[in-house]
Design a binder for this molecule. Structure first.
Ligand code: ADP
Length: 161
């Protein structure tokens, strides 16, 4: 059984993430969406538990599981015997960082490959930070996030619980 991991902060999950996860699920036998806290990013909008529950409401495929880990990604990959880490690539600006990460992970755990899937054209400039910014300023995010969770994001950005 070939297992892949789609890691990220998913704060919150966007249609860009969903597209990559579902395409990965068509390629691999099992995909684990791994919710990680990102040390380099500013304060989060949703807690890890909330992000998991938002993801759960949007991901319907049977072979997609959700988990969280706060250690090194390759340690999780080794423990789960994952054969691949799947990442979405947007504009060239993603490339330097992702390439560096992929090379580091490969040297730490050579048995696991990083697989890049190109973002769909209409998701090319979509990011969780962009969603938070648009939403906080009162913009329409309905074409950026799954409709199941749009209201949760509106409420949180307005400062409601
Ligand atoms: P973000 O970069 O939006 O904060 P994450 O850190 O949660 O998102 O990213 C998790 C993974 O999803 C990364 O591989 C990232 O490149 C990918 N990703 C994020 N947004 C998109 C998108 N719009 N299209 C394709 N892949 C994406």
């Amino acid at each position: 059984m070939k297992k892949a991991i789609c890691p990220g902060s998913f704060d919150p999950v966007t249609l860009g993430h969903i597209d990559i996860i579902e395409r990965a699920a068509d390629i691999f036998d099992e995909v684990v969406v791994l919710v990680m806290s990102n040390r380099t990013k500013k304060a989060s909008l949703f807690t890890i538990e909330e992000r998991i529950s938002l993801l759960r409401r949007c991901l319907k495929k049977e072979n997609v599981k959700i988990d969280t880990y706060n250690g090194l990604l390759v340690d999780y990959a080794r423990q789960e015997e994952a054969v691949a880490i799947v990442k979405g690539l947007r504009a060239m600006s993603d490339f330097d960082y992702e390439f560096q990460q992929a090379l580091t992970n490969k040297s730490l755990y050579p048995e696991c490959e990083t697989v890049f899937l190109c973002a769909r054209g209409d998701n090319m400039f979509l990011s969780s930070s962009m969603v938070k910014e648009v939403c906080t300023l009162g913009g329409d995010i309905s074409s950026f996030v799954p409709q199941e969770i749009a209201d949760d994001i509106y409420k949180r950005c307005k400062g409601d619980k």
